[in-house]
Design a binder for this molecule. Structure first.
Ligand code: NAI
Ligand code: MG
Length: 398
């Protein structure tokens, strides 16, 4: 296969640190690729009025695969005040470059794996019968619809006439909200389309089939949100009937699912949900397997795919030198990229190396030691970001 070119978009804060370390691990594992740098993030908002410059979009369109660190976002007013003086009052409005990337390139399938690493001191434990302590082995892939639903961006405060009039045609709106003065009314929509709902549900079934799992859990709220959650459940039931007869459709409500999270997380291997509930349930599961230092993700579209840790830019750690943050979430995101482009052997080798380092327990970043994140954690025995990556590299079996 010809050498791959990967668009490396470090972004802001710790995004820069963890992406460099992940690339070092990829190199050491024998992944032969060129990396081209893609500008993204706060710096480009401040200096150009655009956190996702066109030149970065061109690179993504050309090379199709992106590895992304993290970006910093700030509230509207703060964003406006940090804009370069010559760009102020020119109509620039800040937007999230990652949300925009997902929508522009139809990166509609978000995969967030949550898998227990043996020996991780952050693993969730629970009390079993008779006072025993159990450590459930979580192995869950969450499929989150990434472009629609509550994060679709179709929303208004003080909705315009046409929208308001349309809402008033709904008997429930008239009955429950007519009393509210329009300027005091905020509306966010939750739009699901059959096409994209089918794509995410199918992705979940395909994954279950490929891994030999016999159930897919639709985690929504169809008893209350009948139209959208109901659509996802119905599509799943139809697909199971017509195309995946060996896979059972389990139906949970997001609120109950969060309650069951700590009761029996090991029984859920494949979960599919809309944008917001997928975000919630994947953060919940990530908490059981080590939290932000371990939570990786993929954003996959028909042509382009971008891989990123779920954590942000953690600005309070940005200036620490040496860096202390955990690079594992970024390294595992890089493994998801390898799986996506058919380099599963290299991916497996890296994942095994991470598992070995965690199980051995000699090298731990501050989060794994449950220390408050300050520079002095190194004196207390915590590994630096670089030392953690080095430990993984050392364990890679060639
Ligand atoms: P954050 O994820 O950056 O950090 C929250 C806390 O989690 C940190 O203070 C740290 O204690 C811990 N943490 C995060 N990553 C870690 C790692 N690799 N190793 C060890 N500990 C880690 O979220 P926060 O503080 O809410 O947001 C900071 C900035 O990041 C904001 O500007 C926010 O908008 C942005 N953000 C960007 C995301 C992205 O790029 N996809 C996602 C989430 C937040
Ligand atoms: Mg989140």
């Amino acid at each position: 296969m010809s050498k791959r070119t990967i668009v490396a978009m470090p972004g802001d804060g710790i995004g820069k640190v963890v992406l460099d370390e992940a690339i070092r691990v990829l190199d050491a594992a024998g992944f032969d690729a060129d990396y081209v740098h893609g500008d993204i993030g706060w710096e480009f908002w401040c200096t150009e009025g655009n956190p996702l410059p066109d030149r970065t979009l061109k690179l993504l369109e050309e090379h199709k695969i992106g590895l992304f660190g993290a970006i910093t976002s700030k509230p509207k007013d703060k964003a406006a005040s940090e804009l370069a003086p010559e760009l102020r009052d020119k109509g620039y409005v800040y937007y999230s470059p990652i949300v925009s990337m997902r929508q522009r390139y139809d990166l509609d399938i978000c995969m967030r794996p949550c898998k227990t690493f043996k020996g991780n001191p952050l693993n969730f434990i629970r009390r079993g019968f008779g006072g025993t302590i159990e450590e459930p082995q979580v192995d869950t892939m969450i499929f989150r619809q990434n472009t629609e639903g509550l994060y679709g961006g179709v929303e208004w405060t003080n909705p315009p006439d046409q929208v308001y009039d349309a809402l008033m045609t709904h008997p429930k709106f008239k009955q429950n909200f007519e009393w509210c003065p329009r300027p005091e009314l905020a509306v966010s929509t939750r739009i699901f389309t059959k096409k994209y709902t089918t794509r995410i549900v199918r992705a979940a079934f395909e994954y279950a089939k490929s891994k030999g799992f016999d159930a897919v859990t639709v985690c929504e709220k169809p008893n209350v949100i009948r139209e959208t959650s109901g659509m996802m459940l119905k599509i799943a039931q139809e697909l199971a009937k017509t195309e995946y007869p060996d896979i059972y459709v389990n139906n949970t409500n997001i609120d109950a699912q969060m309650m069951w999270l700590t009761k029996n997380p090991e029984t859920y291997n494949v979960i599919v949900a809309g944008n917001m509930f997928g975000d919630i349930v994947s953060d919940g599961f990530a908490g059981l397997i080590g939290g932000l230092g371990f939570a990786c993700s993929a954003n996959i579209g028909p042509e382009i795919a971008v891989f990123e840790p779920t954590h942000g830019s953690a600005p309070k750690y940005e200036k620490l030198n040496p860096s202390i943050v955990n690079p594992i979430a970024m390294i595992l995101s890089a493994c998801m990229m390898l799986d996506h482009i058919g380099e599963s052997q290299i991916s497996n080798r890296i994942q095994q190396a991470v598992a070995d380092v965690v199980e051995e327990g000699k090298v731990m970043t501050y989060d794994m030691m449950k220390l408050p994140g300050k520079q002095d954690v190194i004196d207390k025995g915590a590994a630096t970001t670089q030392q953690m990556a080095d430990a993984v590299i050392k364990k890679i079996v060639k």
